[in-house]
Every structure is written in structure tokens, then in C-alpha cells.
Design a protein around this ligand. Structure first.
Ligand SMILES: Cc1cc2nc3c(=O)[nH]c(=O)nc-3n(C[C@H](O)[C@H](O)[C@H](O)COP(=O)(O)OP(=O)(O)OC[C@H]3O[C@@H](n4cnc5c(N)ncnc54)[C@H](O)[C@@H]3O)c2cc1C
Length: 401
């Protein structure tokens, strides 16, 4: 069978793979995207869909890629963040005004995000889409990677980018080692209608069961991510909506008035996964395929999008072989500090706030109060979580590739 040649083959058309493909449209590279699911664009974003918090830095990348006008109509600004620990006094507040940014972030449903990205992929005249298709075999030699799809079609690439998610098949085909931490926790998500308007406030509240995040959404909904211990999942699942909202209300309190209604609840078992060596000969793993983090700080996609911004810039600027080992090495060198910081901070946050030792409880309260009183430290942490710390890639600075 004839082999179709590409410079870059991206495996996985989730948020990370799709944005990389759309970014590389600006280059002269021949790019293919292989995605195992169909690219759905129909249906309206519904009541029952998980919200994704996009950091200010991510919004800027999506703006540079000219995706923001389509995303903006589904997005809700976060202007204030309120962080508290149930049963303790410490509170930290972050505000867009204080940090001199238009918004701390934006919340958009995963469904709306997927639909907008898919619409742009399908409209592209330069990308080659292989959907629905999966990669079943890879063979790497000095010059290229030979790829076999599930329908036996053959592709070749100078570079394979694995963006096929937390359970990456490419990672398995290459037999790459990972570090895994199982938290024994599950995230329960759902969209909630509250008695009081959210006024663009996001809440993170650490409770006896685990953190509760409530993010402001369009139509005055709040997107809930409630982290609970695995041992409690069955009893919480068995609750009807009223019991569930009561139990949540008891832990969250009445800052948003009474919780009135919840949409469909979804469950996500939580773990930290990091691949040992994300760069391999002519292959690089990005996004959740390389690192998947606990959603407590809403950083997973934001981190993956910064992988995209740096890789796209390096690929656009190379003049020779885009699968060159030096280029991939430099990419990982550049991304490592940000990845380390987000992964370690998130892991620390989960462990500190999952510990019920009363002494630690007082320490947490003092830390939150102290943070609130130390603007420079607060700014530094806020800049990291807004994706504005460290060297900014061109796409993050509003510059085309
Ligand atoms: C409860 C929860 C809340 C979250 N909230 C936030 C948040 O607020 N902010 C944030 O930044 N992040 C958040 N995240 C994390 C975010 O959802 C992920 O980081 C992001 O979706 C990862 O994108 P990805 O494209 O790397 O992987 P995925 O979204 O997993 O996409 C992988 C893609 O690869 C395809 N694929 C898989 N195998 C193959 C194959 N063999 N061949 C071809 N294609 C294949 C899949 O169909 C899929 O489309 C949250 C996560 C959870 C669980």
C-alpha cells in the first residue's frame, strides 16, 4: 500500500492535539492529525457539561490562533477567586483588578471548546485529517517514523507528536515508563444553579472530603468539581440531587445562597501521571500523554497549551529536519521548568489539603492568611497559575509564528 508522507503527524485530536494542528497551519509543514473519535461539531453546549478554566495566558494563545472570537461567546470571565479552608479562618482572595489583568481566566464548557476546535479543523484547507482512525503500529528509523493506521493505511512522518491523552497508546507502543501517584480520590462534576448571582467569582474551598471548586459559567451556572475520597464515591453517587446538594451546601456554605439545581453528575478517578522521558527519537509526547495532573488547580489543559505554544514556535522556526533530536531536546529543556512547577505545586496542594491532621489545619489557615497579606508572593503565585511566569512563547505574546 502507498505511504503518504508528512513532516508532522499528530496523534490525538483532543484539546491539545487540535490546537497544535491549528497552530501549525500557519507554517509550511505538511501536517496530519489522527484522531480515534469522530469530529463532532453539532449540538448546543448543554446544561450538563464540565467547565474548563482557561488561564489568562491560555486565552492569549487562543486569541493569537484566532480561535477566541468563536470561543468567547461560550466563555465566562473569572474576575475574583476566593480560596478558603472549611473550619479554619484563613482566606485568600485574588482579583483581576489587583493583578492589573482584564480577567484572571475564563470558563468554557469542554463541549463548546471541542466543538469550536473541531469546526476549525474541518474548515482547514492545509491539514490532513485521519478521523476516526487510530495508530496501531509505529516503526522509527534514522530518517522517519512509519505509521500504520487501523484501516492499514500507511503514513510516514519526520516527527510524531503524541497528544493522545492520559492513557496514550503511543506511550504504550513505545513502552515508555511513567511515574504514577494514585490519590485515592475521584472528582465529581456537575453544573449548578445557585440562588445568588456569581458575579464572576470562582471559589476553591478545602473541606473534610477534599477540595470543592465552583467556577462561574454562562447563564449564571456554576461548574462544580468536588473531589471526594474513593471510599465515599458509592454513597455520594447513591444520593438523589437534593441530598447531594444538601451535602455539598453543608461543606461549601451559603456564599452563593442556596444551591437550587444540579445537572448530570460525572465521575473522574484522579491520579498524577508523568512520563519519564517525553522525548524519544522522532517522537515527542505533549499534553496529558506526557503529564496529567489533579484538577484541583485547573491547570491540565493550560499546561498542555503551553507545550503547544513552545513546540509550534520551534517547529515554525526550524529550517531543516523537524524531527531533529536537538530540536526535541531543546523543546523539553524549555518546557521542563514549567512542567515541574505545575506538577509539583498541584501535587503538594492535593497532599496538604487532603491531610486532616489538626496541626496542619492551623498551618494551612495561617498560610492562606499570610498569602493574602503578602501581595508580592500572591502576585508571583497568581502569575504562575495564569500562565504568565517565565519565558513566554510567541503565541502567548500575541505574535504569529
Ligand atoms: C474533572 C476535571 C476538571 C478539569 N478542569 C480543568 C480546568 O479547569 N482547566 C484545565 O486547564 N484543565 C482541566 N482539566 C484537565 C484537562 O481536561 C486535560 O488536561 C485536557 O483535556 C487534556 O487534553 P489532551 O488533548 O492532552 O488529552 P485528551 O483530552 O485526553 O485528548 C486525547 C485525544 O486523543 C484521542 N486518542 C486516544 N487514543 C488515540 C489513538 N490511539 N489514536 C488516535 N487518537 C487517539 C482521544 O480520542 C482524544 O480525543 C480537568 C480535568 C478533569 C478530569
Amino acid at each position: 500500500m502507498k505511504t503518504t508522507e508528512f513532516d508532522v503527524v499528530i496523534v490525538g485530536g483532543g484539546f491539545v492535539g487540535a490546537t497544535l494542528a491549528l497552530a501549525l497551519q500557519q507554517t509550511s509543514l505538511r501536517v496530519a492529525l489522527v484522531e480515534s473519535g469522530a469530529l463532532e461539531t453539532d449540538g448546543q453546549p448543554g446544561f450538563d457539561d464540565r467547565g474548563i478554566a482557561l488561564a489568562y495566558g491560555s486565552q492569549r494563545i487562543l486569541q493569537t490562533l484566532q480561535l477566541w472570537p468563536d470561543l468567547a461567546q461560550h466563555a465566562c470571565e473569572i474576575l475574583n477567586i476566593h480560596i478558603s479552608d472549611k473550619g479554619h479562618f484563613g482566606v485568600t482572595r485574588l482579583s483581576a483588578a489587583e493583578l492589573a489583568v482584564p480577567a484572571l481566566g475564563q470558563v468554557i464548557t469542554a463541549k463548546a471548546m471541542g466543538q469550536v476546535l473541531n469546526k476549525h479543523l474541518l474548515a482547514s484547507t492545509s491539514l490532513s485529517l485521519f478521523c476516526p482512525n487510530s495508530v496501531i503500529a509505529l516503526e522509527t528509523n534514522l530518517r522517519q517514523v512509519n505509521i500504520t493506521l487501523d484501516d492499514q493505511r500507511q503514513l510516514s512522518a519526520k516527527l510524531v507528536v503524541a497528544a493522545d491523552g492520559q492513557f496514550s497508546h503511543i506511550r504504550q507502543l513505545l513502552d515508555l515508563g511513567t511515574q504514577q501517584t494514585r490519590y485515592g480520590q475521584t472528582a465529581i462534576t456537575g453544573n449548578i444553579v445557585c440562588e445568588r448571582p456569581h458575579n464572576h467569582r470562582a471559589f476553591e474551598r478545602f473541606t473534610d472530603t477534599g477540595p470543592i471548586a465552583l467556577l462561574p459559567m454562562t447563564q449564571q451556572r456554576m461548574s462544580l468539581v468536588w473531589t471526594v475520597k474513593d471510599a465515599d464515591v458509592d454513597s455520594i453517587t447513591a444520593m438523589d440531587d437534593e441530598q447531594f446538594l444538601q451535602s455539598l451546601q453543608q461543606r461549601f456554605g451559603y456564599r452563593l445562597g442556596k444551591f437550587l439545581q444540579i445537572g448530570e453528575r460525572q465521575h473522574y478517578p484522579l491520579s498524577l501521571m508523568r512520563v519519564d522521558a517525553p522525548v524519544q527519537p522522532r517522537t515527542v509526547l505533549i499534553g496529558n500523554a506526557a503529564h496529567s495532573v489533579h484538577p484541583v488547580a485547573g491547570q491540565g489543559f493550560n499546561l498542555g497549551l503551553r507545550d503547544v505554544a513552545v513546540l509550534a514556535e520551534m517547529l515554525a522556526e526550524q529550517t531543516g529536519d523537524c524531527g531533529d533530536a536537538r530540536l526535541l531536546h531543546d523543546y523539553q529543556q524549555q518546557r521542563q521548568p514549567d512542567q515541574d512547577k505545575v506538577i509539583n505545586n498541584t501535587d503538594r496542594l492535593v497532599k496538604i489539603f487532603s491531610n486532616h491532621n489538626p496541626i496542619l489545619g492551623h498551618g494551612r489557615a495561617s498560610a492562606l492568611s499570610l498569602l493574602n497579606m503578602l501581595p508580592p508572593l500572591k502576585h508571583c503565585l497568581a502569575n504562575t497559575s495564569m500562565g504568565l511566569a517565565g519565558r513566554q512563547a510567541k503565541l502567548s505574546r500575541g505574535l504569529p509564528l
